[in-house]
Design a protein around this ligand. Sequence first.
Ligand code: ZN
Length: 341
Amino acid sequence: MRVILNPKHADHVPPGEWEGGTVIPCYEAPGRLEVIRAALEAAGGFAFEEPPKPNEECVAAVHHAAYITYLREASAEAKRARDPAAKQLWPTVFPFGPNPRATGTRALRGLYCFDTYTPILPGTFAAALGGANAAARAADLIAEGAERAAYVLTRPPGHHAEHDRCGGYCYFNNAAVAAERLSKRGPVAVLDVDVHHGNGTQHIFYSRADVLTVSVHGDPAGLYPFFSGFADETGTGAGLGANLNIPLAPGTGANEYRPALARAIEAVSRFKPAFLVFSFGADTHEADPIGGFKLPTKFFAELGAKVRELGLPAVIVQEGGYDLAALGGCVAEVLKAYSGN
Ligand SMILES: [Zn+2]
């Protein structure tokens, strides 16, 4: 299987994350990509390559132009800053009241972001764009029929990034970039199995009939992103019925997960897509520090095999997964099973 790597991922290294009034080490760190790469190299059968040179066209197809400009300029501002504290742009206040206006740089940080996990650093724009470019490259390989499946090995992840807001460690929505590109050739289904709801992907395609979004995740009543991912969110306008959320209880193990996955796969199958975008997160693993599910490593082979049964040409995009001891093995199990090995 071809693996499209984000060559710029290590340009983005958050110094920490805000949690309950303290700064803790950031779970979303470069070591994640390194353990995945090492596991795939050890497993064998994977060919690594980088996307062509940086290009913003693919993100302009799914993100608001002003948001892209903001990310580019905020990263440049952080790069120019001399004071170490000014090299990290954190939002502190979010829009409130009727018709909020944001006219200053501090206000824009809250306007274009929805949480306190997603700072803008000097290398954030380059790293986020590198992931989107990798996703676009993988989509092109699939659209042209050059491959049946390609894996996008990237961080920061993408599925929480909305049309015009970053959040949840995500800046550009890599899965949406791939889905949008593939949608020019036929209907697309996005299947998101990260433990957190893919709110950004849902948001971007919510009124689209040609892109089905299906997400199996922890119930937002108790799990991030809290404000999105409920079962009654089913799409709007032309997209009504083309969004399926399957929230599951904390502590979900393989026995509870299996029927939910079967339901998600059945929905994808019924939609009769030409292409699949598989947003894969390994934060459903039992050892994950922020997920709360109880899936053992061996279940990930079953997951990959089930999704493979759809028989669809697929772009597989890396989302979350934060236990460095388990992450590489989970990805290798899914991809090996998906390849039929
Ligand atoms: Zn996640």
